[in-house]
Design a protein around this ligand. Structure first.
Ligand SMILES: Cc1cc2nc3c(=O)[nH]c(=O)nc-3n(C[C@H](O)[C@H](O)[C@H](O)COP(=O)(O)O)c2cc1C
Length: 161
C-alpha cells in the first residue's frame, strides 16, 4: 500500500490522544490532508465529509477499559468504504482492556480496513500532583515511539496488511 495522504480523526479531551495520533501521522512523512478533532459535540454533529485520503488514523482515549461512550456513536456513524485505518487508543497506565479490540470492531463494522493498531500510555486524566499517574506522558520517548510506529507502517505496509 502506497500511503499518499493521511486523515486524522481523534477524540481527545485532555490532548494526549491528539499528540499521539499527530506524531504517528508525522512519522509516516506523508501529506496530512485533514485533521478532525471530534472532541466537541458540535463538531461531531457536523459529521465527516467523504474521506479523500488513502489512510485514516482514528484515536480515542480509554475510559473504563472501553471506547468512550461519548465517542462511540460518532465512530459508528462513519462510512469506511474500504479505506485502510490505523487504530489508536491512549490509556492512563492502568489498563486498556478490550478497548483496541472494540475500536477495531467498530471500524470494521463501518467498512474500514484495519491495518494496524496500538495502545499508548498517556498521563491519566485523573492524575494530580499529589497522586501522579503516568505524569508527563507522552514524554519524548513516547513521541519517538509514535513516530516510529508511523514510519514502520509507511516503510513496510505489507507487515500490517
Ligand atoms: C472517565 C475516564 C475513564 C478512564 N479510564 C481509564 C482506564 O480504564 N484505564 C486507563 O489506563 N486509563 C483510563 N483513563 C485515563 C485516560 O485513558 C488517559 O488519560 C487518556 O490518555 C486521556 O486521553 P486525552 O488526553 O486524549 O483525553 C480514564 C480517563 C477518564 C477521564
Amino acid at each position: 500500500m502506497d500511503i499518499k495522504s493521511v486523515f486524522c480523526v481523534f477524540f481527545s479531551p485532555t490532548g494526549s490522544t491528539q499528540t499521539i495520533v499527530q506524531n504517528i501521522a508525522q512519522g509516516m512523512q506523508t501529506e496530512i490532508t485533514d485533521v478532525m478533532d471530534c472532541t466537541n459535540r458540535s463538531k461531531r454533529r457536523e459529521g465527516l465529509e467523504a474521506i479523500q485520503s488513502n489512510l485514516l488514523i482514528i484515536g480515542v482515549p480509554v475510559y473504563y477499559g472501553r471506547v468512550p461512550q461519548e465517542a462511540a456513536p460518532f465512530l459508528k456513524s462513519l462510512s469506511g468504504r474500504g479505506v485502510p485505518v490505523v487504530l489508536v487508543v491512549t490509556y492512563g497506565n492502568r489498563e486498556y482492556k478490550d478497548s483496541l479490540l472494540e475500536l477495531h470492531d467498530i471500524a470494521a463494522e463501518q467498512g474500514f480496513i484495519p491495518v494496524a493498531g496500538g495502545a499508548f500510555v498517556a498521563e491519566h486524566s485523573y492524575s494530580l500532583p499529589s497522586r501522579p499517574i503516568a505524569h508527563g506522558r507522552p514524554d519524548a520517548n513516547d513521541i519517538a515511539m509514535a513516530q516510529d510506529f508511523g514510519m514502520q507502517i509507511r516503510k513496510e505496509p505489507e507487515l500490517f496488511l
